[in-house]
Design a protein around this ligand. Sequence first.
Ligand SMILES: Nc1nc2c(ncn2[C@@H]2O[C@H](COP(=O)(O)OP(=O)(O)OP(=O)(O)O)[C@@H](O)[C@H]2O)c(=O)[nH]1
Ligand SMILES: [Mg+2]
Length: 304
Amino acid sequence: MFNLKKKNRNETGKAKKNLGRMLLDLFNNHVIDDSLFEDLEDLLIESDLGGSATMEIVDELRANTKSKKLTDNDQLVEELKLILSEQIESVDLFPDKEKFNIFLVLGVNGVGKTTSIAKMARYYNDQGYGDIVLSAGDTFRAAAIEQLKIHGKRTGFRVVHQGHGADPAAVIFDTISSAKSKGDQLVLADTAGRMHNRTNLVKELQKIDSVIRKKLEPSDVYKKILVIDATTGQNGLQQAEIFHEAVDLDAIILTKYDSTARGGNIISISRKLGIPFAFIGKGEKMTDLERFSAEQYLEDLFSL
Ligand SMILES: Nc1nc2c(ncn2[C@@H]2O[C@H](COP(=O)(O)OP(=O)(O)OP(=O)(O)O)[C@@H](O)[C@H]2O)c(=O)[nH]1
Ligand SMILES: [Mg+2]
């Protein structure tokens, strides 16, 4: 089974849970000297930031402490936040009103893909995008189509679907045809997060991707968006690597930020893969989706 999510939950949850707290403790209990920077290095490496990112961050903090003549630990924390925020990529992900848009939503099972699609439909509608269609591309799980139909009803958007077990690429192909013929602006396409194994999942996604690309005109907008569950820590990075390699991602939605004590995996995903974060999910309600802001994320991280 392809289920990276559960595998490392505990080991990564620990580092993740405490990163902000540990950083604050470190700064609170240290005078500003070489050993502070050495301990900071150890802490960031332990938090899976990776050696080169850590060196870069700590070197910059060391240099800025000197050049800006920072003498207070609170100033150092603010400076560190600033340096970290530069490491995190974000993007404003909006459909192009002049064009036909399709956003394909990907991710392992249970991360919040279907919920995020419904939230996005509502969000875009609130922002003045009216003609939105949902595509039930998760045909693997029997209840998935029903779940999207319920969301469609709730949000007031049309859902294009076929039966359980249908070819997902064909469902999305039909959705594009139907959306274009009706003059719709945006297709939000759901996908299955679980297959019999990882190779099958990757193959399936590549097939969907290739069918979509063949179907689109060069002027159409096509974005591939990965959903990551914030409670899964470093596993999110592994998931991003696998999906990015399979289909070349454009953006990430981080979900369940409300049910975790926050973590540092965003920084390593941004650093290693350079995929920008677009949205952050902060609850199960349809309104619990916000545009991702690195500054807000770091404020939350340090305010445990
Ligand atoms: N607390 C919280 N729960 C969320 C959030 N986003 C999604 N969920 C919940 O996570 C669970 C799984 O969400 P789904 O949208 O069904 O996830 P999925 O990725 O489509 O799952 P599969 O279709 O099984 O692969 C549901 O109970 C959602 O309500 C969030 O931002 N915060
Ligand atoms: Mg789903």
